[in-house]
Design a protein around this ligand. Structure first.
Ligand SMILES: Cc1ncc(COP(=O)(O)O)c(C=O)c1O
Length: 520
């Protein structure tokens, strides 16, 4: 897989041309390009703002001067919060905030005052993030959320340390850097990437010109499952140090099936106990009864998560990295040769008295601020609070309406799209966040194989997206920009309404019919 920076730049340039063509089309733009939700999740947000108001009033009430607020005392703060919320009118985030606070006390055994005090302190941004990785109670909520959304069991094998980050994008950057600077992937090694994939993962080889090769693990095209039976076999190659897997995927939104997960477990246990799997779970909460790699290979996984999709928080920049208490990454660091350890002692000496034993997750944190600024690392504490409220929303019974409702809405959009195309949806375990459409399939259904041949002879695949934009104002992304099938385009179902999904299907059908005339 030779993906150079220029190819990625060309994909971004093409996307700008597609957007420009849609703007010039004279049609209303229907933007199914970028994968951002067209909704917001109100209850955990309202709870965040309500908590902020409580925190500022507590700070003012407990201050020794009118000039500023001061941190309120811990004793009795839980009771003060509950009685404040009880006096509220319904519908201001107070019921949800009350439930969230009480749920964590009941489920995680939190001391009520210590928990509420941490929430108040954090929402006020009072003090640097401390510990830098994550506030202690907030990390415990994240740990429980991880067990919940990955379909794991609550046991010793699934104990993770969490590092809250500025979205999945920052998490990705930190992981790439720390793997590289620690020599976990180096010259002569290889990494595997499940393709098609989200563009930043295609840039791994260009970000790190250090002489390793990239092996592509290709997904099956337009099937109800993600990988063919023998697709994961390539991972037996011991030169492959890291496997980058988005599950459920982007652009193809399918989840790895239980059968393939079983194959992966067998392969790792028998041949590759040293394999690290960077598992991006940005879309996991959209799959009912999701059970991912974290559930079955917790020690091998470096877990990456984002709230941009699941909790419609693209603007918040919320995500995290989680690494197991007994991680393969730490075992690999312990087994490093002496000269590598010496080099790493030099790198991290400002951050630890015992670099040899410094865990991988701590290295991620320290590297995130170029080591020297490690003591001011970490995600803003108010952001950590919003993240925690999203996590509690997922875990609490009160949050189920959103989780199941969002899944149903996406599925309905996919249904509208495929119905309009006259095709059956691929089915299977899917986040339904994206739809993939191959114009040659639509052409075959409507006009037969001959039109498919004419299209593939006369057109470049990228012209499909450009024509959808210029003829109908529809913005999509090309499969090629994700290293996918050339005639596929990706639609972000999260970004459009059900009516717009129908309109896009119509635009496809009209384009195919027009091509039948033009190319006759
Ligand atoms: C698989 C995957 N991971 C991460 C991200 C980015 O996450 P964030 O918005 O939290 O930076 C995306 C965005 O499209 C994505 O598709």
């Amino acid at each position: 897989m030779a993906v150079e920076g220029e190819a990625v730049a060309a994909a971004y340039a093409l996307q700008s041309r597609i957007a420009a063509a849609a703007r010039m089309s004279g049609h209303r733009i229907v933007d199914a390009g970028r994968g951002q939700p067209n909704w917001t999740v109100t209850e955990p947000r309202a709870a965040f703002f309500r908590l902020g108001l409580f925190a500022t009033s507590e700070a003012e009430r407990n201050s020794t001067t009118h000039v500023w607020g001061e941190m309120p005392p811990i004793a009795g703060i839980h009771e003060r919060l509950l009685s404040t919320l009880d006096a509220d009118q319904p519908g201001q985030g107070s019921a949800f905030l009350r439930s969230a606070v009480q749920f964590a006390i009941a489920e995680l055994g939190f001391d009520p005052d210590a928990w509420v005090h941490e929430l108040v302190r954090s929402v006020l941004g009072f003090g640097y993030p401390s510990p830098n990785r994550m506030q202690p109670h907030l990390e415990k909520v994240a740990q429980r959320y991880i067990v919940g959304f990955t379909g794991s069991t609550l046991d010793d094998d699934h104990r993770f340390d969490v590092f809250a980050t500025e979205g999945g994008a920052a998490a990705m950057t930190y992981i790439f850097t720390t793997l590289q600077v620690n020599g976990i992937v180096g010259p002569g090694d290889a990494v595997a990437v499940a393709t098609p994939t989200y563009t930043p993962y295609l840039q791994i080889p260009t970000l790190q010109r250090i002489g390793f090769s990239v092996v592509e693990i290709k997904a099956a095209s337009h099937q109800a499952y993600r990988f063919d039976e023998r697709a994961l076999e390539a991972l037996r190659d011991p030169r492959i140090k890291v496997f980058f897997l988005i599950n459920p995927g982007n652009p193809d939104s399918r989840a790895v099936t239980p059968e393939r997960l079983g194959d992966l477990v067998a392969l790792v246990e028998r041949d590759r106990p040293d394999l690290l799997i960077v598992n991006d779970t940005a879309y996991a909460t959209f799959v009912e009864n999701f059970r991912g790699v974290t559930a079955v290979l917790p020690h091998n996984v470096i877990l990456l998560h984002s709230f941009s999709k699941g909790y419609a928080a693209t603007g918040n920049r919320l995500g995290f990295i989680a690494v197991n208490h007994d991680s393969v990454a730490d075992r690999l660091l312990t087994a490093m040769p002496a000269e590598a350890k010496e080099r790493l002692r030099m790198r991290y000496q400002a951050a630890s008295n015992d670099v040899d034993r410094m865990p991988f997750i701590q290295r991620l944190l320290v590297d995130s601020r170029e080591v020297a600024l490690h003591n001011i690392a970490g995600l803003g504490t108010p952001d950590q609070v919003q993240m925690t409220l999203f996590e509690l929303a997922y875990l609490m019974p009160e949050g189920a309406t959103y989780v199941t409702g969002a899944r149903a809405q996406l599925q309905a959009r996919l249904g509208a799209l495929y119905e309009g195309l006259g095709m059956a949806a691929p089915g299977g375990r899917d986040s339904h966040y994206y739809g993939m459409v191959d114009i040659t399939t639509v052409a075959r259904i409507r006009h037969g194989e001959e039109l498919v041949e004419r299209i593939t002879r006369a057109m470049a695949p990228e012209e499909v997206a450009l024509r959808l934009a210029s003829d109908s104002g529809v913005i999509v992304q090309t499969g090629a920009s994700f290293q996918g099938e050339p005639w596929d385009v990706r639609l972000s179902l999260a970004s459009i309404t059900q009516d717009e999904a129908r309109l896009i299907a119509r635009a496809f059908v009209q384009l195919v019919d027009r091509l039948a005339d033009e190319l006759s």
